[in-house]
Design a protein. Structure first.
Length: 165
């Protein structure tokens, strides 16, 4: 059955085109964030934009991690509001720590006593926390907790930059 009205037909074509454009963005939001590969370099890039490096420490198959990623971190990263990366706490993927030493994601998470997923960190150029980590997922207020932590991290980052000038 095809629409008889030219207006209806053009509206349907427009919606189909919109779905083709939006579809990849929706699927990207649900996939993993870019990986943490070099804490010093990636946190320096984030600091140039006035923010911390936001790191989601996750586990494969973790539904809470997926919720934090899909509903909070990925949309803010896509909008340019935060610089977010992901670290799989079980992976042997290489990672350059803030001091330049090579390690793995798994070893880095252990060294930083991360035992809960998701854990969201807010790091400065030296890999130090600028705000208290968010551990686990509290769905009722998670957005507010995330916003508060990002604001705290930005303020501390700005204080540190002002002090170093």
């Amino acid at each position: 059955m095809t629409p008889r009205s030219p207006l209806l037909r053009s509206v349907l074509h427009g919606l189909a085109a919109l779905l083709l454009l939006v579809g990849p963005a929706v699927s990207m939001a649900a996939s993993h964030l870019p990986p943490v590969t070099d804490i010093a370099a990636q946190s320096a890039d984030a600091a140039k934009q006035g923010g911390p490096l936001v790191v989601l420490v996750s586990l494969p198959g973790c539904t809470y991690c997926e919720t934090a990623r899909r509903n909070y971190l990925a949309p803010q990263a896509a909008a340019g509001e935060i610089t977010a990366r992901e670290l799989d706490m079980t992976a042997d993927t290489p990672l350059r720590d803030a001091d330049g030493t090579m390690t793995t994601a798994k070893q880095w998470a252990r060294a930083h006593n991360i035992t809960v997923a998701p854990t969201v960190l807010f790091l400065d150029r030296n890999g130090r926390n600028l705000a208290s980590p968010l551990r686990g997922l509290q769905p009722d207020f998670y957005g507010a907790y995330l916003e508060q932590a990002v604001d705290t991290a930005r303020a501390r980052l700005a204080e540190g930059l002002a002090a170093s000038k």
